[in-house]
Design a protein. Structure first.
Length: 301
């Protein structure tokens, strides 16, 4: 049976997640992702057989902007999965079809996602979606600066005034998710397992996470950049750091890539396909460099 999500399904969905991806996800993580992230209730489709959830396809819905600045609803496809024991029965096709139909009913402009290779090929064939290309991972070695280091703030400690200032930053004419106060709060401040930091000025900010390679070398992973002058904020950010590795994701042949290259970043790899299904009469979404992905999508999902 193919149906939409019902309260209480989360336990079965998490059990399916574990069976497919071989890792556990807590109820808290599920609630953060599906109950707090979107600007609308998510679309969640499940397949139920033998009194258990054996298939799942979901879409997180965000208020966004098109290339021309017009408001749109953007859907990010997440967690499309079928239990290994039930694969080959057409369940994938049925849940994807239901997901697209529900998205169309809710006037979603674009569905996008970062599927694994096998899932990508099935989704493209099934949904007539487009593989726009691969997301690049950019990496730069950072050396100590003699300048006085600027204090970076833990996002969980930011005041509402700080967040409002961040939400007012405008810096892109590409297709993007709006960084509203609610979005910044739910996406970064309320993440159940990751601490995020922010480096900001009056008209720009960078959000990043901090990890350690071999428990020694700092790795600064940028998950969001928003600025009128991306070159200046990236350059300033790097100078504010000590020795370490700086990493981020981005789309080739965009102003952001140009800013990254000019500040010492190089393409490390391009492992992540970016697949889009256009649901409305918009042609913008079929051009790769018309998009401004949220680096945090890759970081989290």
């Amino acid at each position: 049976m193919i149906r939409t999500y019902l309260a209480g399904d989360e336990a079965g969905i998490n059990a399916l997640f574990g069976a497919v991806f071989s890792k556990k996800r807590s109820l808290t993580e599920w609630q953060w992702k599906f109950e707090t992230l979107g600007s609308h209730l998510p679309i969640i489709i499940v397949a139920e057989e033998d009194d258990q959830i054996v298939g799942h396809a979901a879409c997180l819905l965000f208020e966004g902007s098109n290339v021309d600045g017009s408001p749109i609803l953007i859907g990010e496809r997440v967690d499309i999965m079928v239990h290994p024991d039930y694969q080959g029965r057409g369940i994938y096709q049925k849940i994807v079809k239901a997901l697209i139909e529900d998205s169309e009913r809710q006037n979603v402009a674009y569905l996008y996602g970062f599927p694994a290779e096998k899932a990508k090929n099935i989704f493209i064939k099934m949904a007539h979606a487009t593989d726009l290309g691969n997301i690049n991972r950019y990496v730069s070695m950072n050396l100590p600066s003699l300048r006085k280091k600027r204090t970076h703030q833990l996002m969980k400690t930011l005041s509402e005034t700080d967040l409002i200032k961040m939400s007012n930053v405008k810096g892109t004419s590409a297709i993007h998710v709006n960084r509203s106060l609610a979005f910044l709060t739910s996406r970064y401040m309320k993440h159940p397992t990751i601490d995020y930091y922010v480096y900001q000025s009056d008209s720009a900010y960078i959000i990043y996470r901090l990890d350690y390679l071999k428990s020694v070398i700092p790795v600064y992973t940028i998950v969001d950049i928003l600025a009128d002058d991306e070159l200046s904020i990236v350059k300033s950010f790097k100078k504010s750091l000590g020795t370490g590795i700086v990493s981020t994701w981005g789309i080739p042949n965009t102003p952001l890539e140009a800013a990254l290259v000019k500040t010492g970043f190089k393409v490390h790899s391009s492992p992540m396909p970016f697949v889009v299904k256009t649901l409305t009469a918009h042609d913008y979404g079929q051009e790769f460099n018309n998009w401004r992905i949220l680096q945090g999508d890759v970081d989290s999902f």
